[in-house]
Design a protein around this ligand. Structure first.
Ligand code: AKG
Length: 229
C-alpha cells in the first residue's frame, strides 16, 4: 500500500486493487454458483428455469439469490493475507470480520439507469473522522459496465452534515442529470466493474447501491464486511 493509495482511499472512500486473486482461485467459486443455480432450478444453460425469480424486481432478485446460494467460509477464499493487511493498514486499527455473502444478479434485468436505485450505508459512523469499517467487494467473474456491479458514491463519506446528505439523496431521487449534479459536489459514481479477482475496498460510510444488470452475463461478486474491533 503506497502513501498515494492511502490518501486516495481517505479522499474518495474506496480503492481498487486489481487481480488480487487468480482465475484458479475464483474458478471454483464460480463453478459452485453455477452448480447451485442449476440445483435450485433457477438458471441453467443461459436460461432462467424459474419464472417467479425472473419476474421479481431486480433488487429483490439479488436478495433472494444471496439468501439461497451460500459458500462456506467465503471470506477465507476471497480475501488474501495481503488484502487483509491492506484493510488493517487503511483503518489503522484492528478489525473483525463481520457478515459475508455472495452477490448474484441474473442477466437481462432491464435498461441500465441511475434512477430508482437503493442508495444506503450499512452502518452509521460514531465520528466523522473515523473509518468505522471497510466493506470488501470481490469480482468472482468478469463484470462489464452496466453488468450489475455495486455502485459507490465516491466522496460521500466526507459529507459532514445532515443537510448535505439530504440534498444528495434528493438529487438521487430526481430524474435529472445526476452525474452533472454530483460533479459540483466533488462526488462521483464508481461502478465496481472489472475482471475476475479484482477487489474494491470501500469505507463503510460511503453511500452505495445495487445496480441493474443489463448485460447477458450473470453478475457474480462476493462481499465481506470488516468492522473496527
Ligand atoms: O451489489 C449489490 O448487490 C449491493 C451490495 C450492497 O448494497 C451491500 O452489500 O450492502
Amino acid at each position: 500500500m503506497t502513501p498515494e493509495q492511502k490518501s486516495f482511499f481517505r479522499e474518495r472512500g474506496y480503492i481498487l486493487l486489481k487481480k488480487t486473486l487468480t482465475k484458479n482461485q475464483v474458478g471454483p467459486i464460480k463453478e459452485h454458483i453455477l452448480d447451485e443455480l442449476k440445483r435450485l432450478k433457477l438458471w441453467s444453460s443461459g436460461k432462467a428455469m424459474s419464472a417467479s425469480i425472473k419476474k421479481m424486481p431486480a433488487f429483490q432478485q439479488i436478495a433472494k439469490l444471496s439468501g439461497m446460494i451460500k459458500q462456506n467460509e467465503i471470506h477465507t477464499k476471497v480475501i488474501t493475507q495481503a488484502a487483509s493487511s491492506t484493510i488493517a493498514s487503511l483503518t489503522e486499527s484492528k478489525v473483525v470480520q463481520a457478515q459475508s455473502q455472495l452477490l448474484i444478479s441474473l442477466p437481462n434485468q432491464g435498461g441500465w439507469t441511475l434512477n430508482g436505485l437503493n442508495w444506503h450505508t450499512d452502518i452509521s459512523s460514531s465520528s466523522p473522522d473515523l473509518v468505522p469499517g471497510i466493506q470488501a467487494f470481490v469480482l468472482i467473474d468478469d463484470v462489464k459496465p452496466h453488468g450489475g456491479a455495486t455502485l459507490a458514491m465516491a466522496g460521500s463519506h466526507l459529507l459532514k452534515n445532515h443537510s448535505e446528505l439530504s440534498r444528495i439523496r434528493e438529487v438521487l431521487r430526481e430524474k435529472g442529470d445526476i452525474e452533472e449534479e454530483l460533479r459540483s459536489s466533488d462526488l462521483s459514481i464508481v461502478e465496481m466493474a472489472g475482471q475476475a479477482g479484482d477487489l474494491y475496498l470501500m469505507d463503510m460510510r460511503v453511500l452505495h447501491t445495487p445496480s441493474i444488470n443489463s448485460t447477458t452475463s450473470i453478475r457474480m461478486m462476493a462481499t465481506v464486511r470488516y468492522l473496527l474491533e
